[in-house]
Ligand binder design. Structure first.
Ligand code: PGA
Length: 258
């Protein structure tokens, strides 16, 4: 495995946090801190829909890229409350989180809807960050690999070999999200390597080696170095710690140092 074959990506997932003035303030604080990551590590902030325009204006000309936290799979129509991929690209959004466990848990997201959203995002030119991960119950039942394999196979069904290079996979064990319980670097590496193996079966080894796989779930300034040192962990999807400029930057710098 050669990590240099793929892009290191540190993405913040702000979830349902920050008004527009607060978003501007946080991004203004993050921008100068992470400027040295340019060309080495992709730095992304995935923000609520209402903050997208502010975030794009605030980060213009910097190396901080902006992502959304969800996208609908239809192009347009009678889908009250939803946002299409074209609406996002028109704003200048580059990335979108798809299938986050909170959406699976609270909003009825399934592997099938993850698949539809992923294909719609790719078609519109967005780069999806597709989230997968097992619950504590599934881990204890020893079915982590089955669960992850299904999420990957169904979630990425129909993705062409060329398109998969624009997909980021985020492995986020549900039991580690927002709980302060991080997977050990060994546990995280084991599943990230398994995901790469599944991608190699679906596509081929060279293609799988080029896909960025992130770890997410209570990654923070204290534990990021060890996690990011693992051969198949190419970055992080960061919730709580992405809301603090210094903590987020510490994670970015750990990825820069590689
Ligand atoms: P956390 O969230 O870092 O707060 O655990 C990660 C995520 O949900 O993406």
């Amino acid at each position: 495995m050669n990590k240099s074959l793929r892009k290191a990506i540190i993405a913040g997932n702000w979830k349902m946090n920050k008004t527009r003035p607060e978003a501007k303030e946080l991004l203004e604080a993050i921008k100068p801190l992470v400027a040295n990551a340019e060309g080495k590590v992709e730095v992304i902030a995935c923000v609520p829909f209402t903050n997208l325009e502010t975030a794009i204006n605030t980060t213009a000309g910097s190396n901080v890229k902006i992502g959304a936290e969800n996208v609908h799979f239809e192009k347009s129509g009678a889908f009250t409350g939803e946002i299409s991929a074209d609406m996002l690209t028109e704003l200048g959004v580059e990335y979108v989180v798809i299938g986050h466990s909170e959406r699976r848990q609270y909003f009825g997201e399934t592997d099938e809807t993850v698949n539809k959203r992923t294909l719609a995002a790719l078609e519109a030119g967005l780069k999806p960050i597709v989230c997968v991960g097992e619950t504590l119950e599934q881990r204890e039942l020893n079915i982590t690999e089955e669960v992850i394999a299904t999420q990957i196979k169904v979630g990425l069904k129909g993705t062409c070999e060329k398109c998969i290079k624009n997909v980021v996979i985020a492995y986020e064990p549900v039991w580690a999200i927002g709980t302060g319980k991080t997977a050990t670097p060994e546990q995280a590496e084991e599943v990230c390597a398994f995901i790469r193996g599944e991608l190699a079966k679906m596509f081929d080894k060279a293609t799988a080696d080029a896909v960025t796989i992130q770890y997410g779930g209570s990654m923070n300034a204290g534990n990021c170095k060890e996690l990011l040192a693992k051969p198949d962990i190419d970055g992080g999807l960061i919730g709580g710690a992405s809301l603090k400029a210094n903590d987020f930057n510490t994670i970015v710098q750990a990825a820069v140092e590689g």
